[in-house]
Write a protein that binds this ligand. Structure first.
Ligand code: LMG
Ligand code: NDP
Ligand code: PMR
Length: 395
């Protein structure tokens, strides 16, 4: 998929024609090797670990002491330092295109947090991302241990964290039986929601202490989780119910593998996970925006019908889906254009509003979109937060 993604990137320049017309005026159209500057493997004892952490703290303190987010250049001119942005799942599709869009500005250092180190390296290379502007760090969101390990590695690198983008996802539309994360959760919700939930919680302090002018936590959502749209009404529809399956651990042993307690359905599990993503963003906003000044946002980037997300769909679907979206729903957007959209949410000074779900209209202008009733349910968001905390071991 990396090859597919990167071969599409340079050739799709007719981008501002896409992301078109709107029926509702709302969501769109129609009707391995861990990165380590300080490798965890070279830390031999607890004291050494402590002293390394200490030095990270010292580096941070020094950076903060000079002047917030600003570097003094040799001519004495003050320039904004490069922003550090972590993007999960940056080895293909939207994540890769966003990494490329940000790196190309020269204003961002992208930490590509990926499960396949070599794939990510190759993808970055064939997308033409300057090696000065990115690194790859290993992160497998389907393992809570891996999430914790990633966070430790990142903290030890001593880099400030300015923006976190929770982008990675899996979609299993044709699976007859559920598969599971290392911790025994149904794979789609376990990866797309629970892995990101733990990651974001553990990195919140880093965002908080960053001295960058605009700190952001972005969680990618989707139209298909929003039942106030036509796309969100294509069966199976998202529905978290009363979260009984999730409260039971999504493991299929004592409870259902589905959040609402129903029978396994891979497409529904994906859509449910997107609802979780959008609810989580809002709950972060309610709990932490005022205190931390962090901007929390979600978005629907458009229908990027060519990405690896559809790798498990039947070949006929993969063949017909892009022309269907391009010519019939007109919801299609190229990977390159979607990357520019997400890059705006990362860095545009005009998009600092927190608690917002962004979408784009036919002229590719961003607007604040309405979430469905369920995806904006305050009580459900709170409950989801609490159940998720338990499942990932934070409560
Ligand atoms: C569920 O099925 C599965 O059960 C589940 O397991 C999971 O895979 C889930 O979301 C994923 O899908 C849902 C889906 C399967 O069923 C439906 O959506 C119900 C409706 C079924 C209708 C299918 C007929 C397709 C007709 C398309 C036309 C719609 C628009 C009509 C407007 C016409 C106006 C001019 O459904 C599918 O998988 C079908 C695949 C649908 C996507 C592709 C549709 C292709 C349509 C043909 C377009 C060809 C491109 C043309 C280019 C045109 C140039 C002008
Ligand atoms: P891709 O499949 O191209 O990208 C998904 C990325 O997630 C890949 O880099 C993949 O890694 C990574 N990933 C999957 N599982 C894990 C894991 N366990 N740990 C770490 N990384 C993992 O799909 P898209 O670019 O389309 O999807 C990106 C985001 O956009 C998702 O959140 C999706 O829900 C959202 N979205 C997509 C739309 C679309 O039309 N495509 C529409 C709306 C939203 P690897 O390369 O190793 O497989
Ligand atoms: Mg959908 C009305 C416009 C529209 C839009 C913007 C999307 C986006 N879709 C639309 C309409 C329809 N879709 C219609 C009318 C149908 C019935 C033919 C349809 C079907 C369909 C399928 C089978 N669409 C799909 C699938 C998938 O497997 C994709 C999915 O649900 O993934 C979870 C999908 C999508 N349609 C979209 C978008 C953005 C997706 C995929 C990705 C996502 O939400 O992340």
């Amino acid at each position: 998929m990396a090859l597919q993604a990167t071969s599409i990137l340079p050739s799709s320049l007719s981008v501002h024609k896409e992301g078109k017309s709107s029926l509702s005026g709302k969501d769109t159209s129609f009707c391995g090797v861990s990165f380590s500057e300080v490798s965890p493997l070279v830390i031999r004892n607890k004291r050494e670990l402590k002293s390394q952490r200490l030095s990270v703290g010292q580096i941070r303190a020094q950076t903060a002491a000079t002047s917030p987010g600003v570097n003094q250049s040799t001519q004495g001119k003050k320039t904004l330092r490069k922003g550090n942005v972590i993007i999960t799942g940056a080895s293909s599709g939207l994540g890769l295109a966003t990494a490329k869009a940000l790196a190309d500005t020269g204003k961002w250092h992208v930490i590509m947090a990926c499960r396949d180190f070599l794939k990510a390296q190759r993808a970055a290379k064939s997308a033409g991302i300057d090696k000065e502007n990115f690194i790859v760090m290993h992160l497998d969101l389907s393992s809570l241990d891996s999430v914790r390990q990633f966070v430790d590695n990142f903290k030890r690198s001593g880099k400030p964290l300015d923006v976190l983008v929770c982008n990675a996802a899996v979609y299993q539309p044709t699976a007859k039986e559920p598969s599971f994360t290392a911790d025994g959760f149904e794979l789609s919700v376990g990866t797309n929601h629970l892995g990101h939930f733990l990651l974001a919680r553990l990195l919140l302090d880093d965002l908080k202490t960053s001295d960058y002018p605009s700190k952001r936590l972005i969680i990618v959502g989707s139209i298909t989780g929003n039942t106030n749209t036509l796309a969100g009404n294509v069966p199976p529809k998202a529905n978290l119910g009363d979260l009984r399956g999730m409260a039971g651990g999504l493991s299929g042993t004592n409870s259902s593998v589905m959040i609402d307690g129903g029978e396994f359905d891979g497409a529904k599990a994906y859509k449910d996970s997107k609802v979780c993503n959008m609810l989580t963003m809002q709950e972060f906003h309610r709990r932490y925006h005022e205190e931390t000044g962090i901007t929390f946002a979600s978005l629907y980037p458009g229908c990027i019908a060519t990405t690896g997300l559809f790798r498990e769909h039947i070949p006929l679907f993969r063949l017909l889906f892009p022309p269907f979206q391009k010519y019939i729903t007109k919801g299609y957007v190229s990977e390159e254009e979607s990357g520019k959209r997400l890059a705006q949410v990362v860095g545009e000074p005009s998009l600092t509003k927190s608690g917002v779900y962004w979408s784009w209209n036919k002229t590719s202008a961003s607007f604040e979109n309405q979430l469905s009733e369920e995806a904006s349910d305050v009580e459900k968001a709170r409950k989801l937060w609490e159940v998720s905390e338990k499942l990932v071991g934070l409560a």
